[in-house]
Design a protein around this ligand. Sequence first.
Ligand code: MRU
Length: 349
Amino acid sequence: MAKSTRRRPLREDPIRHIIWRGDRLDVLDQRRLPRGVKYVSCRTARDVAAATADMILRGAPLIGCAAAFGMALAARKGRLKDVLSAAPVLRRARPTAVNLAHALDHMLAVAADGPEENLAERMAEAAVAYHADDLGFNAAMAGLGAALLKKGSRVITYCNAGALATAGIGTALGMIRAAWLAGKIDRVYACETRPYLQGSRLTLWELMQAGIPATLITDNMAAHLMKTRKIAAVIVGSDRIAANADVCNKIGTYGLAILAKHHGVPFYVVAPSTTVDMRTAHGDDIPIEERSVAEVVEIFGVPIAPKGAKAHHFAFDVTPHELVTAIVTEKGVVSPADGDTLKKVISKR
Ligand code: MRU
C-alpha cells in the first residue's frame, strides 16, 4: 500500500473519504481523525483488504463499497481468475459487517455475467454504481427516519454511523442531519464509544463540521442522561441485522438499548437493506469480531492498565429485537422490529 503525501487542513469540506481514481482507491485514514487528514492509496484488492482490517476505513456500508472497488482493482488485467482469488482475501478482512459479503457476492455475480474482454470496465462500472446506490439509500433513510422525530428532540447516538461510515450522509447521523435540517434537533449527545473512540473522534467531528449542536459524553453517562434530561430517542446504525430482526452493532449498543427500554426512550436503528442478512436466522449466530487487546489496554499507545493485564476486545454486540422500537431502511420502516415485518419490508422492490 503506497502512502500518499497529500495532506490537507481539517477544515476542508465535504468529507471525501474514498476516492475512486480508476487505477487506485484513495482512502482517508480514519485512524488519524480528528488529529489530521491523510490519504492512503490502495492499488490492489490486497491493499483494500489491509486498509479495511487496519481500520483505515470502517463502518459497515463503507467497508462494502470499498470491497466493491477492491474487486474492480482485481479485475484491471481482465482476468476472471484474479477476481475469484481476490474475493476471499477481501472477505476475511473483517467478519461481522455483512455489507462486505453483500458487496463481494454482487461483484462476483457481475464478473460471471459477461466475457473477460470487458471485465475491467464492467467491474469498475459496477463498483461505482454500488457506491452510488449506498449514497441514495442514505438519503432515503434520512427522510424516513427524520419523520419519526418531533421538534426539540434531544437524541443520543453511538459509535460513528455517519458520512465517514457510508457513501453518503450516513445512516444514524443521516437521520439526525435530516431531522436537524427540519428544525427538529435540539442537541445530539454522542457517546465516546470505548475502546476505539469512534464517537469522540469521528461522530463529534462530523457533527461539529455540520454545525449540529453536539455534546460528547463518556459511555457510562448515558443512564444518568436518560434519567435527568428528556431524551427523545437513541439512534444507532448496524453492522448486521439477522432475519429475526436482532441487531448487531458496535460493542456497547446492547447496554444502551437496555437503558433506553428502562427509561421508555425509543431505540431506532438506521441501516440499509445491504446490512440485513436473511441467511442468518438469529442474532446469536452473527460472528463477533474480536480485535487486539492492545486497543483496550492502551489509548494511542499510552498504557491505561498495568503491564500484562488480561483484557477482552469484543468489537460488536447483539441487541435483541424486542429492545428495538423500529429499524429504518431505505425500503421502509420496520416497526414492530420483528422477523415478519423485516421480511415484508426488505422484500419490497
Ligand atoms: O468497527 P467499526 O468502526 O467499523 O464499527 C462501525 C459501527 O459499528 C457502526 O455503528 C456501524 O457500522 C453502522 S455504520 C453506518
